[in-house]
Design a binder for this molecule. Structure first.
Ligand code: PMT
Length: 398
């Protein structure tokens, strides 16, 4: 059975240059077993003819809210009820704004308001328009309504600009839709996940830390929520917004992360340790800013508690997954941590590379457990997070 088997999908196409990619999206959705009906805005029909999409989808393309004939065949309310999912791709800045404000001046916006289907939006616009505060606020507003945003691709745009805003590639759009329907994999499970760095104070203005951005842990928290889990995200200091639907607990030091983790796992099923916890902290934290005096300054450090190891040892009922940040002998060192820290699985990444690992948008990892080692190729942290969630669900038998 394919990932979108028997799923009824409305593809809403709005008026941007990327509208022509609607044809390929229809094909790829059908390849996955979906039944697709197309709704276009008037502006979209300037970029691609409805006839093309009618021939591909096998159904009349809906364009007009006031078309008596079309309404008699399948009216907008019926269409809205028919769908399991409404995908708007490409979604222009203008249409996204209409969605946010609840306008119903086109068939597509009326269907959006009338449907209880899952909603996915794949924005496409000029990079400056995408970066504008108004667009970003609109995107946040949609995320707050549990809309799935398929982040735009980055590259050369039709206008010659370079940056984020290109319609995401059709195969990635389809992969993300498949993930939506795989949700429920962890329904009813409580997952606690740590993310980001910790900061260990030296004095009131200085600290020891590392380059973790939190992107990997936050992507996992989002994918776990998508999979139906109740997620508690315990995060060190990062610049990211909390994924919708998660409970966020913000901490600074390893000690605070340990305390928050101990409290949160009491009634949890799964614990994931994606945080880059500082291994050492200062023995004495100065009350006042340390003055620059001698040419050399020694700092005495002591080991921080090992959070994932403590949680795994004290909670044998939990399914515990760690990460291994390695620069050499990756599988051997990760396997050693798997055993030493009493984990069910460990996800190893090569943090010597600039294009993956710390603070990168992509990652490439290996899932290692007692029986196997599975290599997951380089992809965005969001996509990888969905693959990891599937592996967790397949291996957790609680
Ligand atoms: O945040 P990003 O910029 O997206 O980067 C992602 C990442 C590289 C931080 C992430 O993919 C990752 O590898 N996280 C684990 C980093 C790490 O501390 O690895 P480690 O090999 O040093 O530790 C092994 C495991 O023990 C980890 O699960 C870690 O969370 C845990 N640990 C380590 C030390 C400690 N005192 N307590 C712990 O719980």
């Amino acid at each position: 059975m394919s990932g979108l088997s028997n799923k009824r999908i409305i593809l809403g196409i709005t008026g941007g240059i990327a509208a022509y990619k609607g044809a390929e999206i229809v094909r790829r959705l059908q390849d996955q077993g979906a039944e697709v009906r197309v709704v276009m805005t008037a502006a979209a029909t300037e970029f691609i003819r409805p006839l093309t999409l009618q021939a591909l989808s096998g159904y009349q393309v809906h364009t007009d809210l006031l078309d008596a004939e079309a309404e008699a065949a399948m009216g907008h309310i019926e269409l809205a009820r028919w769908a399991d999912l409404l995908l708007i791709a490409p979604a222009t800045a203008n249409f996204i704004s209409t969605m946010v404000h609840g306008g119903a001046d086109s068939l597509l916006s009326a269907v959006y308001l009338a449907t209880s289907a899952k909603i996915a939006v794949a924005p496409a616009m000029n990079q400056a328009m995408w970066s504008h505060t108004a667009s970003q606020q609109n995107i946040q507003a949609l995320k707050g309504r549990e809309t799935i945003i398929i982040e735009p691709d980055t590259g050369i745009q039709a206008c010659g600009d370079i940056g984020p805003g290109r319609l995401q590639q059709p195969e990635i759009i389809v992969d993300q839709l498949k993930a939506i329907f795989e949700s429920g994999l962890l329904a009813g499970k409580k997952v606690v996940i740590t993310a980001g760095p910790t900061r260990e104070a030296i004095d009131p203005v200085r600290y020891i830390s590392n380059h973790s951005s939190g992107k990997m842990g936050y992507a996992l928290a989002a994918a776990l929520t998508e999979a139906g889990a109740k997620v508690v995200l315990i995060s060190g200091p990062v610049l990211l917004d909390s994924p919708a639907g998660c409970e966020l607990i913000s901490v600074v030091s390893a000690d605070a992360m340990l305390n928050a983790s101990v409290a949160a796992v009491k009634d949890a099923n799964i614990f994931i340790s994606a945080a880059a916890v500082a291994d050492y902290r200062a023995v004495d934290v100065a009350d006042q800013k340390i003055k620059k005096q001698a040419d050399n300054l020694s700092l005495e450090l002591k080991k921080n508690p090992d959070i994932v190891s403590t949680i795994a040892t004290d909670n044998p009922q939990l399914f515990v997954v760690g990460f291994a940040a390695e620069t050499e002998n990756i599988e051997t060192f990760a396997r050693d941590k798997l055993v030493r820290k009493k984990l069910h699985a460990i996800i190893a990444n090569d943090v010597s590379r600039q294009d993956i690992g710390f603070n990168a948008d992509d990652n490439e990892v290996s899932w290692i457990d007692a029986q196997s080692c599975k290599h997951l190729g380089k992809k965005s942290k969001s996509q990888l997070a969905r693959d990891i969630v599937k592996l967790i669900a397949a291996n957790y038998d609680g």
